[in-house]
Design a protein around this ligand. Structure first.
Ligand code: MOS
Length: 729
C-alpha cells in the first residue's frame, strides 16, 4: 500500500482497541523471567560454548604481535579468534570502525580477539593470558582542540549539513535584542539494561543469530557484508530486547564474534559484552559544542536565528545533527544552521535516543530562556509568539502536517501551575532549598519508514501477526495486537504477535521514533488485504463490509471470519510505503516540558521536585505504553541535565567511567511525580494510523527545562552539561 494522499476515515478511527490503555502483552513473560533474551537461548542452542571479547588496550596504532599460546592451553579453551585466523572480513555499511580490529587499531576496546571456552569463567580467565604487543600512535581525543580542523560533513539522515534562509548575519546585526552564547554537551552512553549479546549457531553454511538488535534487516545486511556470505544464509532472531536507545541499531562485535567463534569452535557460541566493555567497544552519543545566536525585537519576536554545531567522530563517521530542530521550531526570516565534524580517534559516535534534537534542545532551549530574560517576556509566552505553522526555511508552501505546539505550551503551563513562577531568580526559599521553575519546548521530527507485515487467521478466528519489527521495551507487541484487533474486529486476546525474526516480512524496525507509526501502518496494509480476502469469500463488497465481534457483516447478513478462513486458514501480506506527503509537509512531534527543582543553599545539590509535560504526537495508539515512553524519556532528560557524562582520558583516548557505578543515570529516588498530558490529535498526513512517534519526543527539551529551573532557583546560568554541583558552587 502506497501512502501518498491524506488518510480518510478508516476502521482504526473506531477506537475500540486502538487508543485504549492496554497493558503490555509481553509484560508477564518479562516479569516472570520466561521471555528468552539473546544470551538465554538454552532451548535453541543447548550446547553453546562461551566467548569473551578481548578489547584493544590502545586507542590508535597497530598490533605488532599476538601470543596466544598460554591462553590456548588454559583450561576449557576451545578456540581463539583474531584477525589472523578469522579469514577475510568486510564491513557493514552502517559500521564506521571494524567490529574485529587488528592489525590496525581504530579505537580503544575495539575487539581484537574472542576466546571461546566451555564455561564463561574459563573464557574470561584465559583471555587474561593473551599477550598482545602494540605500537600506539598519537590520536586526537579532544573535541575542543580539534574544532578548528572540523569540516563540512556529507549529507546524512539529518539532511544537509548546512541550511540558510534570508540573510542571517544582517538580520542578527540589526536585531534590538541579541543572545549569542555557546553551550556544550558531553559524550553520553546508552546505558540500556541488557548488554549487547548474541548466541550464534551454524548449520552447514547457514548462520542463526539470537541477538539483541533494534533493526533486524540491517543486522542481516551488515552481517552478510562483513562475513561476505549471502543474506539468505543468515537468520536473525530478536524477539525480546532489554532496551536499546540507539545502541543496538547496528550490528556490533558481540554478533560478529559469536558467528566467527561458532565457526571456529564448531558449535554454538554465546557472547555478551560485560558492562565495562560497552562504552568503549560500542557506540555512544558524541559530545557537542554549540553556538546559538538569536536576534529578536523588544517583544521577543525572532527575526534571526542561527545554530552552529561541532562534534567529532572517527574518520568516515557522521555528525551529531543538533541543529535539526532549529530549522523548524521558531519563526524568523534570517536563518542559519551548520554542522561541522572533527575527526577524533575516540570510539565510534552514533545515534542515541533522539539523535540531534536531544542535545540540540539542551542548548537551544537555554538560549530561549536567555532571550525571555533579555526581553522580559514570559518563557511560555515567548515561545507562543514565535510559533510558526509552516517550515520557516521553506516558507508557507510547506506547512506542518499538524502542529499543536501552542496548545501544548498553554495546557502544559496550566496543568503545571506555571503562573505561580516568580520570574526573578533566587527569590523562592523552602527551608534549605532554593526553589525554581523552568520550562522548555519539546520537538522531534516525525520520520516514517516503509514497513511490512503479514497477518493470518485460523479456523477458530485466532489472528497471528508476523513482522520483523522489534520491541525494545516500547510496546510494539501490544500496539500491533491492538491494530490487528481493530482492523479485523476481534478482541485483543484473539491476536498473537510474533516479532523480531528475519524470516518475517521486513519492517521499519525500532529507531528514530518511527517504529510505532510505521510498523502499525504496515500491519494496517496487511489487514486491509486480509479483509478483502475475507469479504470476497463472504461475497460482500470489501468497502462495505464491517468487521466486528469476530464477524464480517453486510447489513443484517454476517459470517464468522474464522469459518471463512477455513481449516487451512487465510493469510495476507503487504507493506506501507510512504510517498510525497513527507516532502509536501513538515512532519514533527511537539510538546512542552515544565520542571520545578530545589537547589540546596549550602551543598548545591539539585533535586527535581516536579515534572510535567504536554505532548502532541498524532493518534496515541496506547496511552499507557506511550506515557511509559515519555516518562522514561523525561527521566533520561534529567540524566542528561544533571548526571550523564562519559569522561574522556585525553592522553590515552578512552572513556574512563565505563560502568553503572561511575556513569550516573537517574534512579527512582531521583525522579518525583511526572505528569504527562497527550493532546487529542489525528495526523492524516502521517499514515493511515494518523499516529506519530513518542519514543524520543519526551527526552527532547526535558533537560533544558531542568537547566532553566536551576537558573530560576539560583540565578546561576550554566551552559555546560551536565549541570553538576561543582559548577554551581
Ligand atoms: Mo534511535 S537513537 O534511532 O534508537
Amino acid at each position: 500500500m502506497k501512502f501518498d494522499t491524506p488518510a480518510t476515515t478508516n476502521p482504526i478511527d473506531r477506537g475500540r482497541v486502538v487508543g485504549v490503555a492496554h497493558d503490555r502483552i509481553d509484560g508477564p513473560a518479562k516479569v516472570a523471567g520466561t521471555a528468552p533474551y539473546a544470551y538465554e537461548r538454552h532451548d535453541a542452542a543447548p550446547q553453546a560454548a562461551y566467548g569473551w571479547i578481548v578489547g584493544s588496550a590502545i586507542a590508535k596504532g597497530k598490533i605488532d604481535a599476538m601470543d596466544l599460546r598460554a591462553a590456548q592451553s588454559a583450561p576449557g579453551v576451545l578456540a581463539i579468534v583474531t584477525h589472523q585466523n578469522a579469514g577475510p572480513l568486510g564491513k557493514g555499511a552502517r559500521n564506521t570502525a571494524h567490529l574485529l580490529g587488528g592489525p590496525i587499531i581504530e579505537h580503544y576496546d575495539q575487539a581484537v580477539a574472542l576466546v571461546i571456552a566451555d564455561s564463561f569463567e574459563n573464557a574470561r580467565d584465559a583471555a587474561r593470558l593473551l599477550r598482545i604487543d602494540y605500537s600506539p600512535e598519537k590520536g586526537r581525543y579532544d573535541l575542543a582542540a580539534e574544532r578548528g580542523h572540523a569540516t563540512v560533513p556529507k549529507e546524512g539522515f539529518g539532511g544537509p549539513a548546512d541550511t540558510a534562509a534570508g540573510n542571517f548575519e544582517a538580520g542578527f546585526a540589526r536585531a534590538a535584542v541579541k543572545v549569542d552564547q555557546s553551550y556544550t554537551t558531553p559524550d553520553q552512553s546508552h546505558a540500556m539494561m541488557e548488554p549487547h549479546a548474541t548466541t550464534a549457531a551454524w548449520d552447514g553454511d547457514r548462520l542463526t543469530l539470537w541477538t539483541s538488535n533494534q533493526m533486524v534487516a540491517w543486522a542481516v545486511e551488515d552481517m552478510a557484508a562483513t562475513l561476505k556470505i549471502p543474506k539468505d544464509k543468515i537468520r536473525v532472531v530478536t524477539p525480546y530486547i532489554g532496551g536499546g536507545f540507539g545502541g543496538k541499531l547496528f550490528l556490533r562485535a558481540d554478533a560478529l564474534l559469536a558467528a566467527l567463534g561458532a565457526r571456529a569452535a564448531g558449535r554454538p557460541v554465546k557472547v555478551a559484552l560485560a558492562r565495562p566493555q560497552i562504552p568503549n567497544n560500542t557506540t555512544h552519543r558524541a559530545a557537542t559544542i554549540q553556538r546559538i545566536r538569536i536576534g529578536a525585537d523588544r517583544d521577543g519576536i525572532i527575526g534571526a536565528i542561527g545554530h552552529e554545531v561541532w562534534s567529532g567522530d572517527l574518520p568516515g563517521g557522521g555528525p551529531e545533527v543538533a541543529a535539526q530542530q532549529t530549522r523548524l521550531l521558531y519563526r524568523g526570516t534570517d536563518r542559519l544552521t551548520a554542522h561541522r565534524l572533527a575527526e577524533l580517534d575516540l570510539p565510534e559516535a552514533n545515534a542515541m535516543r533522539a539523535p540531534g534534537e536531544a542535545v540540540g534542545l539542551l542548548a537551544l532551549e537555554i538560549a530561549m530562556d536567555e532571550l525571555a530574560e533579555a526581553t522580559g517576556v514570559d518563557p511560555v509566552e515567548l515561545r507562543i509568539r514565535n510559533d510558526v505553522q509552516y517550515d520557516p526555511e521553506a516558507g508557507p508552501q510547506r506547512p506542518f502536517s499538524s502542529r499543536k505546539f501552542v496548545e501544548c505550551l498553554r495546557q502544559g503551563a496550566e496543568r503545571f501551575g506555571w503562573e505561580r513562577r516568580v520570574p526573578q531568580p533566587g527569590r523562592v526559599r523552602d527551608g534549605r532549598w532554593l526553589v525554581g521553575m523552568g520550562m522548555a519546548a519539546a520537538f522531534r521530527n516525525n520520520l516514517v519508514a516503509k514497513s511490512g507485515a503479514r497477518v493470518g487467521i485460523d479456523g477458530r478466528g485466532h489472528v497471528v501477526v508476523e513482522t520483523d519489527m522489534t520491541d525494545i521495551g516500547t510496546g510494539s507487541y501490544t500496539i500491533l495486537a491492538q491494530t490487528a484487533a481493530e482492523m479485523l474486529g476481534v478482541p485483543i486476546e484473539a491476536v498473537t504477535v510474533r516479532l523480531g525474526d528475519s524470516l518475517f516480512p521486513k519492517s521499519a524496525g525500532s529507531g528514530g521514533q518511527f517504529g510505532a507509526n510505521s510498523a502499525t501502518a504496515g500491519l494496517y496494509a496487511a489487514c486491509v488485504a486480509l479483509r478483502e480476502k475475507l469479504a470476497a469469500k463472504a461475497g460482500f463488497p470489501a468497502n462495505e463490509a464491517v468487521f466486528e465481534d469476530g464477524l464480517v457483516r453486510l447489513g443484517n447478513q454476517s459470517q464468522p471470519i474464522g469459518a471463512l478462513a477455513g481449516e487451512e486458514g487465510m493469510w495476507a501480506e503487504d507493506r506501507i510505503e510512504f510517498g510525497k506527503l513527507t516532502q509536501d509537509y513538515a512532519q514533527a512531534t511537539f510538546g512542552a516540558h515544565f520542571c520545578e527543582v530545589g537547589v540546596d543553599i549550602d551543598t548545591a545539590e539539585v533535586r527535581v521536585r516536579r515534572m510535567g509535560g504536554a505532548f502532541a504526537a498524532g493518534r496515541i495508539l496506547n496511552p499507557k505504553s506511550a506515557r511509559s515512553q515519555v516518562i522514561g524519556a523525561m527521566t533520561m532528560g534529567v540524566g542528561a541535565a544533571l548526571m550523564e557524562e562519559l569522561h574522556v582520558d585525553k592522553r590515552f583516548g578512552f572513556f574512563v567511567n565505563h560502568d553503572m557505578a561511575e556513569y550516573l543515570v537517574p534512579v527512582h529516588a531521583d525522579i518525583p511525580e511526572q505528569d504527562v498530558l497527550f493532546l487529542d490529535e489525528l495526523d492524516d498526513k502521517s499514515s493511515p494510523m494518523k499516529a506519530k512517534g513518542v519514543g524520543e519526543l519526551g527526552i527532547c527539551g526535558a533537560g533544558a527545562a531542568v537547566a532553566n529551573a536551576i537558573y530560576n532557583a539560583t540565578g546561576i546560568r550554566l551552559r555546560d552539561y551536565p549541570l553538576t554541583i561543582d559548577k554551581l558552587l
